[in-house]
Design a protein around this ligand. Structure first.
Ligand code: FAD
Length: 379
């Protein structure tokens, strides 16, 4: 057992953190106010090679593995949860799905632009009436000559308002329920596709989230991803790696919060002493550190086990369940340590807390994650 990151991953970690601090950090406040990350940031991330992490070089990517993706999203999240979430939707939910399930032609058509950042990616499963029960989705796809015609609405789609390449799930045989779902690659320029609303949110404000409408949207049959009526396999063959990848975001947010809390505890004086001298503050810091380390071990272990083909759904669900709830607790404690100053908008901890909370909801809620773990324990 080796608990240290391999050297390639340590170098990647340092370069992504340095990029995030220097290039994303100074723009965070403006992008949160704008409700959108700046488009040129995507090509910068592409140049850095992080958009193509886990994608082979022949498809325009930079190779490496799932652990490398976790390290990237973790470091980006230390500076901006919004950019981290949009990065996760682009790189993992969209590009990795295309890599796993796409034909050679589909990979060559779509992956190079996603890896360079000239296209933004998204994944659209959720609908207004289909959330946790994702396979109850209603968006309809009907074959018509060389096309499928899509009708319906998708809800809560990260990057939806700005993406050029979207993976969209639809029912091709409604009578077959989960066995009647198919996945499609949709370009935002296809006739009949539109963004009906950009959604205003509690956190992750610079990660655009949209409601998408498909109104007789014609998708070439060649853009069917995987086989017709086997979309559930496309959806589920990536779920564990998605959960492991996204576990890196709360981890990064919490690491940054602990660093802020520790610095504040050393510098803030009350009763003539730094508040870090008080045992109740020390106890909070110690608990925060311990829970972050536990989340990191769960997450990295799940990534390595997944790479070895040994991860179970329980490993993935446990990593994101613990990481996400841990990040919310750590942000709340950081705010408590910062006292009144932590409650002001001039402290970033309010934004970080709001960002952390989403990670208990998106990509399967905490309740669904607990269900997955319990199901595996009991079977
Ligand atoms: C900012 C943001 C970004 C998102 N990005 C994307 C994206 O890019 N692509 C995408 O497809 N989706 C995305 N989502 C959707 C997200 O995955 C869903 O919100 C999530 O799966 C929960 O669905 P729901 O919101 O409809 O809640 P519901 O499923 O309606 O759940 C409501 C409550 O009931 C609980 N519940 C539901 N079923 C059970 C059960 N069986 N047992 C116990 N409790 C249960 C839930 O845990 C929750 O507490 C995003 C959501 C947000 C908010």
């Amino acid at each position: 057992m080796d608990f240290d990151l391999p050297e390639a991953h340590r170098l990647l970690r340092d370069s992504v953190l340095s990029f995030s601090r220097n290039e994303i950090g100074p723009r965070v406040e403006q992008m949160e106010a704008d409700g959108m990350f700046p488009p040129d940031l995507w090509s910068q991330l592409g140049d850095l090679g992080v958009l193509g992490v886990g994608i082979p070089e022949e498809c325009g990517g930079s190779g490496l593995d799932l652990l490398a993706g976790v390290v990237c999203i973790e470091q980006i999240a230390r500076v901006s949860g919004s950019v981290a979430l949009s990065y996760g939707a682009h790189t993992n939910l969209c590009a990795q799905n295309l890599l796993r399930n796409g034909s050679d032609r589909q990979r060559q058509t779509y992956l190079p632009a996603l890896c360079s950042g000239s296209a933004i990616g998204a994944l659209a499963i959720t609908e207004p009436e289909a959330g946790s029960d994702a396979v109850s989705l209603q968006l309809r796809a009907v074959r018509d000559g060389d096309d499928y015609v899509l009708n319906g609405t998708k809800m809560f789609i990260t990057n939806g308002p700005v993406a050029q390449t979207l993976i969209v799930y639809a029912k091709t045989d409604p009578s077959a329920n989960s066995h009647g779902i198919s996945a499609f690659i949709v370009e935002s320029g296809f006739a009949g596709f539109s963004v009906s609303r950009k959604l205003e949110k509690f956190g992750h404000r610079a990660s655009p989230t949209g409601e998408l409408v498909f109104d007789d949207c014609r998708v070439p049959a060649g853009n069917l991803l995987g086989l017709e009526n086997e979309g559930v396999a496309v959806m589920f063959n990536g779920l564990d790696s998605e959960r492991i990848f996204l576990s890196g975001e709360p981890l990064g947010i919490a690491e940054e919060a602990l660093q802020m809390a520790t610095a504040y505890a050393k510098q803030r004086k009350q009763f003539g002493r730094p508040i870090g001298d008080f045992q109740m503050i020390q106890s909070k810091l110690a608990d925060m550190y311990t829970s972050i380390e536990a989340a990191r071990l769960l997450t990295y272990r799940a990534a390595v086990r997944w790479q070895q083909g040994a991860a179970t759904s329980m490993d993935a669900a446990a990593a994101i369940l613990f990481s996400a709830e841990m990040a919310t607790r750590v942000c709340l404690e950081t705010m408590q340590i910062q006292g009144g100053y932590g409650y002001l908008n001039e402290s970033p901890i309010g934004r970080m807390l709001a960002d952390a909370k989403l990670l208990e909801i998106g990509a399967g809620t905490s309740e669904i994650r607990r269900m997955i773990i319990a199901r595996e324990l009991l079977n």
